[in-house]
Design a protein around this ligand. Sequence first.
Ligand SMILES: C[S@@+](CC[C@H](N)C(=O)[O-])C[C@H]1O[C@@H](n2cnc3c(N)ncnc32)[C@H](O)[C@@H]1O
Length: 468
Amino acid sequence: MNKRPTLSLKSPAKQAAPKLRASHARELKPALQTHFQTKLKPDSLAYSLIGAASAIAQVKTGTNLPQALAQVWAKQPDLTPQARGAMQDIAYRAMRQLGQSETLVSLMAPKAPEPLVSALLSCALALMAAPDHTPPYEEFTVVDQTVTAADAHPDTARAKGMVNAVLRRFLRERQQLLDAALLQPVAKWNYPQWWIDAVKTAWPQQWQEILASGNTPPPLTLRVNSRKTTLEQYLAKLADAGMAATQIGPYAVRLEKPVGVHLIPGFAEGEASVQDAGAQLAAPLLDVQDGMRVLDACAAPGGKTCHILELAGAQVTALDADPKRLARVGENLDRLQLNATLKPADAQNKDWWDGQSFDRILADVPCTASGIVRRHPDIRWLRRKGDTLQLATLSGKILDNLWQMLAPGGKLLFVTCSLWPQESEAQAAAFAVRNQAVRLDAPGQLLPAGGSGQDHDGLFYALFQKNA
Ligand SMILES: C[S@@+](CC[C@H](N)C(=O)[O-])C[C@H]1O[C@@H](n2cnc3c(N)ncnc32)[C@H](O)[C@@H]1O
């Protein structure tokens, strides 16, 4: 197996992943200020509600949800694992129902609430109007705890009466309010209108299923490491641990109940990794053989890099424009005891390249991520319509540059996690024409599918070969 030299110390790439922009970028005061920490107990629902609301308010200023939650957690020294889990759960529910919640509030509140009040109401309504009709808390508890949370924060205390009035009115007039709200597509589907229109245009037959599947919580799918165990042995190990699981791909196992990674059997030992079943198609499609020179050009956090190395003893270079994200590739390789050369660099240019061509190139390019909204329900509220063209332009440049590094007869696999044809099929077709690339058999667009034996995200695959 090849050795992994230490991380190259070249200057970080100029082109990092595009930053998401906010619709209503507003200055917020730091969330979860210390003085209310003494008022709210970390094990109370009120504490989790105001924490989740602070994160949602940050998302509305353009921060992605994982980062917003991390910022909230960093300010809470007394945070318990339970409170962290509850905040995360509430915040993700709130993102999946934001269209409905904000529409309900607009029907009930006399004027638009301040950002943190609006976010708090969205969190409460997501719990009270759960789509599966199995609210995780008693409704009156949610009302009471939301009012307590409002009272405890300086940015919401003055709105305590309004919060109470809105939530109690929702309890009294639930059906009429929901009927009125759901007349609006943004409330019915919980996506911005431009997103709904874009899915309808791209997928006129399947648009409703696609939108609905983006609102379902994702499964936990594992990739079994064929260097360490077999799928049968690993399924037996899960059964021994009392974890029900189904095989949904050659290396893919879906757990019936998602758990934290620390509870996944053999995770620390590298027997399994978390990876969507659709993403697990990349490494086999690339058809890597022992000894080949392989470039993974947009590698972080390294799910596909590691899968390639689990399947073949190849010399892999893993590139990413974001050095912090690239460090995560190193962590994953270490856990799995695999080796690759890590390079923080921009795949649009060649200043990092030693001039030796690659036998295989994986181009898992930056994109709108519209195919993975069930995992990242904040994306729909952060993206703008114009991002698609901007990202397609970037990925076109990356693809053209990488093609020049491919050996004659070599293969390049183009991957996106997008549902927009401009980033995927149209990009692949234009690329093939520009570069006289031979298109080989690959799945093309995988529409997101959930709850079946085919459970996977919405990914796109196109495979190209260079004439020998
Ligand atoms: C879809 S993610 C890759 C996921 C990864 N292949 C995996 O399976 O774990 C796209 C990556 O491209 C990186 N990226 C964005 N612009 C880039 C560029 N110009 N050059 C190289 N990497 C870039 C981002 O930092 C991000 O990590």
